[in-house]
Design a protein around this ligand. Structure first.
Ligand code: DGL
Length: 282
């Protein structure tokens, strides 16, 4: 089969387990407004934070193939759990298919920001159990600066609570206080929000960790990486107007739209339901 390189007019594809990745898409829409986007939320198989590395790799490859079928010119893995488990697998998969498609994850951009921003060399990480267990942030921090200390906290069901739409309750505040306690004890001055769902509760987190601590999210860094990757391949969309964005999810369309609007802080429009082969492994 003859290989056809992607064109600038094709969309940038973004995926997450649910609506969390919309916090990354939001940055992309603001930073690169002339691009078209297709976003997939794998809500039928959420939460990813409780999945094994092997499951996450299988899901990521399946979603990548689906999004390439939808015409993607670049893939953004807007999920820490999937980035931690599957970036290398995805790169190998695309290479094996001889596709000139870049994959951008969320771990490197967040780590770079935190490591360069920290004054005392002590960084905190709040993330899903899958992300913490993968050790991906430890490796990224060590590669960036071996003398920086990383204090990691696995936040159990926090992503599911946020995805369920009611994170602003007293019980959640107590839960989050517990997750932040080791970070306060370790006197970190930067906290990586290592799950794309967590920016939604940033005010709560900021109050608990204190105003002197910087909360680090990956969105802006991801947008810069996407811009550089597209420019390097001459794939930036030169259209004068704002591009389109559209949504797909593997679970219930209505709840995705309702919750997603708040995450994106823009109208969502139509959300299309898609079935992925292994979507039943809930
Ligand atoms: N938002 C995803 C992340 O960044 C996953 C949340 C989940 O499904 O557990 O890790």
């Amino acid at each position: 089969m003859r290989h056809v390189p992607p064109l600038p007019e094709q969309p940038v594809a973004v995926f997450d387990s649910g609506v969390g990745g919309l916090t990354v898409l939001h940055e992309l829409l603001v930073s690169l407004p002339t691009e078209d986007y297709v976003y997939l939320g794998d809500t039928a198989r959420l939460p990813y934070g409780d999945r094994t590395q092997e499951e996450l790799r299988t899901f990521a490859v399946e979603i990548a193939d689906h999004l390439l079928e939808a015409g993607a010119k670049l893939l953004v893995v807007a999920c820490n759990s999937a980035s931690a488990a599957a970036i290398d697998t995805l790169e190998r998969h695309l290479e094996a298919r001889r596709l000139e498609i870049d994959v951008i994850g969320v771990i490197r951009p967040a780590t770079q920001l935190a490591v360069t921003g920290s004054r005392n060399g002590r960084i905190g990480l709040l993330a899903t159990p899958a992300t913490v267990a993968s050790g991906a942030y430890e490796r990224a921090v060590r590669a960036a600066d071996p003398h920086v200390h990383l204090e990691s906290v696995a936040c159990g069901d926090l992503a599911s609570i946020i995805e369920a739409g009611s994170p602003f309750e007293d019980s959640v505040l107590e839960l989050v206080r517990g997750y932040c306690a080791p970070l306060r004890a370790a006197q970190v001055d930067e906290v990586i929000l290592g799950c794309t769902h967590y920016p939604l509760i940033a005010p709560m987190l900021q109050r608990i960790v204190g105003r002197g601590v910087t909360l680090v999210t990956s969105g802006a860094g991801v947008a810069r990486s996407v811009e550089r990757a597209l420019a390097a391949r001459d794939l930036l969309n030169a259209q004068a107007d704002e591009g389109d964005y559209r949504f797909q999810c593997t679970g219930d369309v209505e709840s995705f739209r309702a919750l997603g609007t708040g995450f994106l802080q823009m109208p969502l429009g139509d959300v299309v339901h898609v079935e992925l082969a292994a979507a039943v492994t809930a």
